[in-house]
Design a protein around this ligand. Structure first.
Ligand code: NMX
Ligand code: MLT
Length: 476
């Protein structure tokens, strides 16, 4: 049973944007969303109902519109990282260059309004977002609680996973330790077992679902183990099954402050998914398309996330901000800051946390983190520095002349919030991003198998081929 609810989004985004002279395209958005009023608590049986509908929908799309063109591919696109080329089916979220991400049609402010929270008016519970990503429907509080319990019951991590991590030097990058732990979790893959036992392809999604839910449940445990191993003398904190997913992760890391738990819920929610073309999501989907199981696919995704132009940017931002403070002090003037930004650019580096492959406005994930800071830590000196950078960096990047998006992305803000609550170890930050991304990548992997999506195998060409093709095209 599903009830439709009329919803008008609040233009929180526009308030901040007006400060920097941008237009909000969200302010007038009026939408219908699906709220679940069903008492059905089992996520898997909901999917069982949805999958045949969506399979028929895809079949119809293919048979009726399979030959409709979606655009022209240019040489620039082939050379330029396929930017602007539509080439993937990704159901769980969609990114608009101007207004940012929508999870199953819902913007971040909308999710903050309608998804169940731990406390009234608080941040969304990531379990609710996971339900939304998987089903396209807003769950009830009871459904979220049931999913929370289900995840807690799946969270046991075998000793050989810890042993695999312990085989690495404790100085190894946290993402290397985390991805190794995820690879070790693969030993328990239900999909691999079922495939070896000859499962029929119409049933692929079922062991994929089990793997994905197990993986989502276990990655915070592995991630917390890496953190405590590296920074707290290996003094691990057991999980507390009475807590929700975000709060328990914060607890296992060693942070029991209620505001840090709220931050963690918000953090996981907003980092969960960013449509399909970003490096980590795309990698997970690509590897999964070979019918590699969810652990293999997600570990591959993590290795992409660990790159400085992608998820590692959150580490780079805090280190860069700290280098500013070290060199110029916390009360740096805007002119000094501008000089520092130019120094970074002139030394052949990027300004981390700014720019984006798709977005052309301030990232709404930045905006909601800024709102969190304004509410909970307005006087934090590093937050004030981040705010100053928001005024200084975009004009400098615009002056540089080649940057397509001078506005901040999600990574420009996350570090100062974590740092404020005591999670100061910047090299660890990308692991938090990785835990969050398991929700989006795994949700889509379940749909990949349910819809029977194809092996990914685009065509490549050489420069000789391009030269010859372009010569022929210009003489025609
Ligand atoms: N600082 C300096 N130069 C930049 C920046 C920046 N923040 N952003 C883009 N440029 C440069 C870019 O390097 C390129 O230069 P060149 O032609 O010499 O190679 C030029 O501007 C055009 O790039 P764009 O088309 O604007 O950006 P593109 O889509 O290629 O790359 C990013 C997108 C995100 C990789 C790029 O903006 C960047 O390097 N940003 C800093 C790193 C960062 O914050 N990454 C995190 C992204 C979000 N996430 O979590 O994944
Ligand atoms: C992401 O969250 O994946 C990043 O913003 C990068 C992207 O979308 O390309």
């Amino acid at each position: 049973m599903i009830r439709m609810v009329f919803f008008r989004s609040v233009s929180a985004l526009s308030r901040l944007r007006s400060r920097v002279g941008q237009q909000s395209s969200l302010s007038n958005s009026v939408r219908w969303i699906q709220m679940q009023s069903s008492t059905e608590l089992d996520l898997k049986s909901q999917l069982q109902e949805l999958i045949p509908e969506q399979q028929d929908r895809l079949k119809k799309l293919k048979s009726e519109h399979g030959k409709v063109q979606l655009g022209n591919i240019t040489v620039d696109m082939v050379i330029g990282g396929m930017r602007g080329m539509t080439g993937l089916l990704w159901e769980t979220s969609l990114l608009d260059p101007e207004e940012g991400i929508r999870f199953r049609g819902l913007s971040i402010p909308e999710c903050q309004k309608v998804l169940p929270a731990a406390q009234s008016g608080g941040e969304p519970l990531p379990e609710g977002l996971l339900w939304l990503l998987l089903t396209g429907k807003v769950p009830s509080k009871e459904q979220v609680e049931a999913l929370s319990k289900d995840l807690a019951s799946r969270a046991a991590v075998p000793d050989y996973v810890y042993n695999a991590i312990d085989a690495l030097p404790s100085t190894a990058h946290p993402m290397t330790q985390f991805a190794s732990g995820v690879m070790a979790l693969q030993v328990q893959s239900e999909f691999q077992k079922a495939y070896e036992n000859g499962i029929h392809k119409t049933k692929f999604w079922e062991p994929t679902y089990e793997d994905c839910l197990n993986l989502i449940a276990r990655v915070p445990v592995v991630a917390a183990y890496v953190y405590r191993r590296m920074y707290k003398n290996g003094d691990s904190i057991p999980s507390d099954k009475s807590l929700d997913y975000g709060a328990n992760f914060s607890h296992m890391l060693g942070f029991d402050d209620d505001k840090m738990k709220e931050l963690m819920r918000l953090y996981i929610t907003i980092h969960s998914d960013h449509e399909g073309g970003n490096v980590s999501a795309h990698t997970g989907h690509l590897v999964g398309s070979a019918l590699s199981d969810p652990y293999l696919s997600f570990a591959a995704a993590l290795n992409g996330l660990a790159g400085p132009l992608h998820g590692l940017a959150n580490q780079e931002v805090l280190l860069w901000i700290k280098s500013v403070v070290e060199e110029c002090g916390e009360n740096i003037s805007k002119d000094q800051l501008k000089e520092y930004v130019w120094k970074t650019l002139n030394s052949g580096k990027v300004v981390p946390g700014y720019g984006h492959g798709v977005l052309r406005k301030t990232d709404p994930r930045y905006v909601c983190q800024r709102e969190f800071a304004l509410k909970h830590l307005p006087d934090d000196p590093l937050f004030q520095l981040v705010s100053k950078l928001y005024e200084v960096v975009p004009p400098v990047l615009t002056e540089l002349g080649k940057v397509k998006n001078p506005w901040p992305n999600v990574d420009a803000h996350s570090g100062v919030l974590l740092n404020h609550y005591g999670l100061t170890e910047a090299r660890y930050y990308t692991v938090l991003f990785g835990v969050s991304r398991s929700l989006g990548i795994c949700s889509q992997l379940i749909w990949d198998r349910a819809l029977g999506l194809a092996l990914e195998r685009p065509k490549s060409v050489t420069m000789d081929w391009l030269d010859a093709y372009c010569k022929k095209a210009s003489s025609a």
